[in-house]
Design a protein around this ligand. Sequence first.
Ligand code: SF4
Length: 961
Amino acid sequence: MPNPYSTTDPQPRRTTPRESFGGTGSSFERTATRSSPDSTTTCPPYKGTTTCPYCGVGCGVVATIEDGALVDVAGDPAHPANQGRLCVKGSALHETMGERGRLSHPVVDGEAVGWEEALQCVASRLASTQREHGRESVAAYLSGQLLTEDYYVANKLFKGFLGTPHVDTNSRLCMASAVAAYKRSFGADAVPCCYEDLECAELVVLVGSNLAWNHPVIYQRLKAAKQRNPLMRIVVIDPRVTDSCEIADLYLGIAPGSDARLFNGLLAWMHAAGRVDRIYLERHTRGFEETMQAACEDDVGIEAVARDCDVDAERLETFFYWFATQLHVVTLYSQGINQSSSGTDKCQAIINCHLAGGKIGLPGAGPFSITGQPNAMGGREVGGLANQLAAHMDYHTPGAIDRVTRFWRTETLTPTLPGAPGFKATELFDAIERGEIRAVWIMATNPVVSLPEANRIKRILAACPLVIVSDCMANAEILEVADIVLPATGWSEKDGTVTNSERCISRQRGLLPPPGEARHDWWIMTQVAARLGFAEAFPYVDPFEIFDEHARLSGFENAVEGEGSESDGATWRPFDISGLAGLDRAGYDGLAPVQWPVTAAAPAGTPRLFENGRFATPDGRARLLPVRPQAVRQELTRERPLRLNTGRVRDQWHTMTRTARASRLMNHRGEPFVDIHPLDAERLGVADQQLVELTGGDGLYRGRARIAKSQRPGELFAPMHWNDAFSGQAKVNGLVAAVVDPISGQPESKQAAVSLRPLPISWEATLIVAADIAAEIAPAIESGREDCAYWARIPLAHSVRWQLGGQPDAAGRDWLAWAESHLPVPASQWSHDETRGRLRASGIDNGRLRWWLMVGPPEGLPSLRWLDDCFASEGDQLLDRETRRRILAGCASGARSDGPIVCSCHQVGQNSIIAAIRAGDTSVEALGARLACGTQCGSCQPELKALLEEETQEEMADASL
Ligand code: SF4
């Protein structure tokens, strides 16, 4: 069935007048003069600068626009975060663009409507819900994908004018524990470090962070810094051996959840070794004695700590010694620490060690939480978390409710600002289930995939009386439960600011007009606000006006650093960008990346915080807080005996709605998978690449086993990206129980309890179909009516590949009859290899390949790149006799399979790399010279190095036989 939301026009759009998509004054307005909307002639290419929409590194991007389409991207050499670099996701941004698959018009109750009707409908249904069920019966669930200006308007509308505190964000899943710990210790959600600190540190500790895959450009910077300074040491602490270990001097493969025990042990070791900084502690902190006491409630002998963390005692002591004896230490942590039922305490245990050693507020020193999303920080700045109010003020910040009320001028309204925090993410959906919240507006996020107990979340939303969804993609699973769908602008169309992990505010510029009737999120909310009677408070016609108000609020009654106190009602809030207030459109457009605080005293921004030892607490001192290590809450049982770690893969982003559009990003890990230790695989009877099934939480997960020595025995890893849009049963968050940290509300997504079994199937098949007809046959395959226990859809450049597996016996299935009834072209040629039990068939229409089928396990696949290219044959490039023969033979005499792609930039596969190593290449550089792999973004270099090591070991093992 055609998607009711989507536009199907695959052609690049030409520019259209600015007025057609609401608001004024985007960068597009300036650039549009270069290309007349009605012109039939092409215009010369031009460039615009913006910021990458994926991870929290926040790389600057130079985009090339030609004839109204974004045709190329490159790293911005002038941007301080990436200095010209981009990772593989960033460098494929232009390949993810286009109208195909975008939401193009508003939909209310399944019917396409005009904007006026949609806006009126949103306003009247929100108002009637509040009238009938109270102001707290409505909620918003936001996203780190939103720009700061969108976030600001959402927070102001819901908290300030609708008077509900129930505004939370998917950033809760990403870094809420880090926020809670920073606030407890420093008095503010203030990341003390900057990226440069990683480069000038003597020791960098990566804990719970696979930087190489999740923040690749920072990883590249760190790797380059280590090459420049061989004395720099890097320690990786992680239950998995990840690609980040490529540059590690020491690896500690700790037991999942034992981080707090390890850092408590470190604190005690520093104390015993006389390595705490007494002067710093006395001058700038409180709480050391109580914290030490709590740490010493457990046996802090090195053997005991090593036993509890399940690491070698000597290696652990080496780490303790390095940490204690170096002053310039950065501990960089991410979701591996945060996504825990005791994540706040884990972050705290890290901060305690830094404060105890005085390793903070110095170049190359500090506890550095790195965010997952492009604007998680911007959301924190405006108050996008349910426990925040606005501009880094909490409900309990003295005078904050009154201050924000006066600033927003909500005092004349009934109701006015809420008086207490709202529901955090999982609580918010529980409240919907209980019927307390009856209307929710979800923007730019896919909670039916990303929240724990994802299947339950979908059922909850399906039963919610009003679900409004603003999104830009038509394949987002959340749309299935939406009553009202609002098409929003996406990257390269949106116009505003984002803040990266080092507090750097950058412009994300609108370079192209939105497709169809898509509108900016801030514009949509402003229009709804007007229809609710709040037009005066939401007068914005341009995002620079919103940014100006946000900047003014940040400085409103904000004391000068070190001068405020609770008693005078104006405490110091480090988040202060009052120095950016008053920018006009030109100033906003020209805004260069700058790190907050930006004030009259620091007009060029502030790379590093707390250099003078003063913190944002009432007495200016940082707090050490006692940490008592907690056990993982999702207990292993006889039925669910395996520990599952969930996370990202190198080439995909979140729920793949965008990255799956770039075919080269689909080839590194094309299918959902499970990494499993060889011992577990043997015990459970699982072979490499076999299909397996995990059970846990309220879900099932089916994917391909990858036997990996990088796993600890008893532990698995599965990616977070796949969902119903790309596979039958691969929503990993369905396996995660909704167990959260009691302080931060962040779920324990890294430590699910699951069982694993081989998937009972009797056949596997690969079906590849030309892209232009794939949509027609997708419903039949993906509905599960075809006895498919497993399917995974992998978009290629010219075709779509399905991997299928199921019952009954393949021998009992007449595949040619199946092809006849399901595929638009009958089989033109087929062959049956009785010996290997493989059937191959293809449909060729007028010299063009339309489909290709191989029944049998996928190991026998020919080169997918070659096969995909065969689908591009048309015009005078029709398939010749020899190519047809090779297609049927599975490329018997042509290109051989490349295997899984390792280098996505140059599409170099594992088999070619292994062949090159066997031919004598002994270094990453040699492989690059021969095959070009690893020579562009560098993201695959750790994998190249691992393959070199593996092959060398195998050679040595062969030689010793
Ligand atoms: S490192 Fe992150 S911000 Fe930079 S290009 Fe890659 S995904 Fe984008």
